[in-house]
Ligand binder design. Structure first.
Ligand SMILES: [Zn+2]
Length: 80
């Protein structure tokens, strides 16, 4: 298991810590996870967080859009 520097998803909280690398982060510290303190404050199970579990509906929609665009680009590349 690889480890990487994480930063808390709460923008008011500047907590950083070393945690398991679930998203293959190379240089950019992931910000999808709340630190233990913020997770407790929000009633979130710290250990149960996944890269998707904290996303808002809007962020999820954006992700889907990006995925679609990537698929379209790939399809176009294949054509030529
Ligand atoms: Zn925090």
């Amino acid at each position: 298991m690889a480890y990487v520097m994480h930063f808390c998803r709460n923008k008011q909280c500047n907590n950083g810590w070393i945690d398991e690398d679930l998203t293959n982060a190379k240089s950019i510290p992931p910000r999808w996870k709340y630190c233990k303190k913020c997770a407790a404050m929000r009633g979130i199970d710290y250990a149960a967080q996944t890269p998707k579990s904290n996303l808002t509906c809007e962020e999820l929609a954006q992700r889907e859009k990006k995925k679609e665009q990537a698929q379209i680009m790939r399809a176009q590349v294949k054509k030529y």
